[in-house]
Design a protein around this ligand. Structure first.
Ligand code: CP
Length: 301
């Protein structure tokens, strides 16, 4: 089974490594969990360690709610007050939780690549909650879930992602997931925020063309990942790439606005657009719980 390491674990490390059927079965199962905010005891007695080595609000707490709704026991972990502060490595931290008998772990790391390396040496399933600029598979799943819920079908849609593609794990996971389900992906970014290695999978287009897409997804300018100054000023960025009310009014009448959050209001997206009738930003957040329930169930049940 794809996404399984050595036939034992149902890791979810990225959407690049799983197939369309696997993605669709997670989305279908999320739709089941979404109905009337279902709860279950399907994971009763299972311990899930939420190992966040990088800051998070949406991902961390929607996983914890998902775990509780399925009857699992969430174990909160904070790198600041753990033995990481004494120099313990990520690998030794995950091995420690293996020794303690956890059933699964949700892991967020500021580095790319390390998680896949460690996952091959860990016996319990690992869910990637975002690793560096590599992947954020559950964010893309909830984005795709939101798109599918709105349009009924992903195949045939055009999804434009505007902004800091180079530093975006969300852009990468959405690219892999959306194209596997038959959508066309367009990127729009200033030259210093482009990921050259992705250009063969999605073309970079001017903002006027991006605004003609069915889904226009603004991405956060990831100031904390920038080495040097990539943006002269927030005003200059907003003027060239910001999702302003004026730009939203130029979109097709049926098109929707998305953003994975957290938002830099009035930089990549205007205040008025965050809560605009076309905005799905809060629907995306809400979808995080049922989608992560489906992912945890896939990993453990
Ligand atoms: N979208 C997202 O991953 O948000 P958090 O960093 O708050 O989890």
């Amino acid at each position: 089974m794809k996404g399984t390491i050595a036939g034992m674990n149902r890791h979810l490390l990225g959407l690049k490594e799983i197939d369309a059927n696997d993605i669709l079965s997670i989305l279908d199962r999320a739709a089941y969990w979404e109905q009337a905010s279902r709860r279950s005891d399907v994971l009763e007695g299972k311990f899930v360690a939420n190992l966040f080595f990088e800051k998070s609000t949406r991902t961390r707490f929607s996983f914890e709610i998902a775990e509780r709704r399925l009857g699992a026991v969430p174990l909160a972990f904070s790198a600041e007050i753990s033995s990481v502060g004494k120099g313990e490595s990520v690998y030794d931290t995950l091995k420690t939780f293996e020794a303690l008998g956890v059933d699964a772990a949700v892991v967020r790391l500021p580095w790319s690549g390390l998680l896949a390396d460690i996952a091959g040496r860990i016996r319990y399933p690992i869910v990637n909650a975002g690793d560096g600029v590599n992947e954020h598979p559950t964010q893309a799943l909830l984005d795709i879930y939101t798109i599918r819920r709105h349009f009924g079908e992903v195949r045939g849609l055009t999804v434009a992602m505007i902004g800091d593609i180079r530093h975006s794990r969300v852009a990468r996971s959405n690219l892999w997931g959306l194209t596997k389900l038959g959508a066309k992906v367009l990127f729009c970014a200033p030259p210093n925020m482009r990921a050259a290695e992705l250009a063969e999978f999605a073309p970079y287009v001017p903002i006027e063309e991006a605004l003609r897409a069915d889904v226009v997804m603004a991405l956060r300018v990831q100031f904390e990942r920038h080495e040097g100054r990539l943006v002269q000023s927030p005003e200059e960025y907003r003027s060239a790439y910001g999702l302003t009310e004026e730009r939203v009014s130029a979109m097709a009448p049926h098109a929707i606005v998305m953003h994975p959050g957290p938002v830099n209001r009035n930089v990549e997206i205007d205040d008025a657009v965050v809560e605009h009738p076309r905005s799905k930003i809060f629907a995306q957040m809400a979808a995080g719980v049922p989608v992560r329930m489906a992912v945890l169930e896939r990993a453990l049940a």
